[in-house]
Design a protein around this ligand. Structure first.
Ligand SMILES: [Cu+2]
Length: 348
């Protein structure tokens, strides 16, 4: 299974759908099929019924300054998505399904996103996870109206534009320190989800994003730019680790300067950790550590990645070399692991 093929299929459907879509509404899109590397067949979702839940007021956010902007929480629900019964041919013995939502109901418009928490649930709101034979393999949220910082419009950047947020089954959220937010205007975001059914029964699940946000009319927050750092950047994000302990480094010469405020990582099963450093300054910025074995819903698979936040965590200058170091200890060679860190940087 490759994310790039997922993205390529997604953009084809997405461009068509965007062309015919009404802003703010899920659009119908053509059906397409493709062979997956894992020998499953992916079906692009048609007519996503992305129904956003109503905004609910939450606790105030910013402790800085005199004005405390009100923070709202909106849960955006993508789906429901139909997952065909597992045929045993896919990875994890499951059936992978890829859904593209080129436009979906926005959590807010003309606002700042201050936090995102992903999940996957059934119609009754209960969690869909390994314990129910379902896996949120990947979710990528992107803003096609902006250029990706590390890929521009190359590779996956051609498809996605700016990669804003991503999650694996471990469902790690992104949360900005008080006073910072990702600026959303009126342009729709896109999303791609790879979902897997390991059950012999078909299932229906929805992906949810619990989004906290501040209205731009209420406050001006410090804007963050998502910076995607990836061992296989601009590709399909997959690389190979050998059997046993391994360490893979990837570097990027920063094209921007500013304050790094939030960082999180993504690795797969048998991943140990992934670390962001400023190699130019020989400074470690964030170690994101994989968690296993405490939550029975995950059945021993990766269940968390630690994250880092600070005001700021670190600063970066243009031309500094940022480095990510991905550590695995795999019982076998694995051709489809990932090592990704997403850093949110307030540019200046
Ligand atoms: Cu992954």
């Amino acid at each position: 299974m490759t994310v790039v093929s997922l993205l390529v299929v997604g953009v084809v459907a997405g461009l068509v759908a965007i062309a015919i879509s009404v802003p703010g509404r899920a659009a119908g899109m053509p059906r397409a099929r493709r062979a997956l590397a894992v020998a499953a067949v992916a079906t692009i979702a048609i007519g996503l019924s992305a129904a956003a839940a109503a905004a609910a007021p939450a606790a105030p956010a910013a402790p800085k300054g005199d004005v405390v902007p009100q923070e709202h929480t909106t849960t955006v629900r993508y789906g429901p998505f139909f997952l065909p019964a597992a045929d045993g041919g896919g990875g994890h013995g499951g059936q992978m399904v890829t859904y593209a939502a080129p436009t979906f109901d926005m959590p807010c418009q003309d606002c700042y996103i201050t936090g995102i928490q992903p999940d996957m649930v059934y119609a009754d709101g209960s969690e869909a996870n390994y314990h129910t034979g379902a896996m949120l393999h990947h979710l990528v949220v992107f803003d096609p109206s902006k250029n990706d910082v590390t890929c521009g419009r190359q590779g996956v950047g051609l498809v996605t534009g700016q990669r804003v947020f991503a999650a694996g089954n471990e469902r790690t959220g992104a949360h900005m320190p008080p006073g910072y937010g990702y600026r959303l205007g009126h342009m729709p975001l896109g999303a791609l989800a790879e979902l897997m059914n390991m059950s012999a029964q078909p299932q229906q699940v929805s992906v949810t994003l619990q989004v906290s946000w501040v209205d731009a009319a209420d406050a001006q927050l410090k804007e963050v730019t998502p910076v995607w750092l990836d061992v296989d950047n601009c590709g399909d994000s997959q690389y190979t680790v050998p059997e046993g302990r391994s360490h893979t480094t990837w570097t990027w010469e920063s094209s921007i300067a500013g304050d790094i405020v939030t960082v999180g990582g993504h690795v797969h099963d048998h991943g140990i950790s992934i670390t962001l450093s400023n190699a130019t300054r020989d400074e470690e910025i964030c170690e994101s550590v994989a968690g296993f074995g405490t939550d029975p819903r995950y059945r021993g698979h990766i269940e968390s990645m630690s994250t880092c936040a600070g005001d700021p965590l670190a600063t970066v200058a243009e031309g500094d070399v940022l480095s990510i170091d991905s550590y695995y200890d795999s019982p076998h060679r694995d051709d489809s692991v990932m090592g990704i860190m997403l850093a949110y940087i307030h540019q200046r």
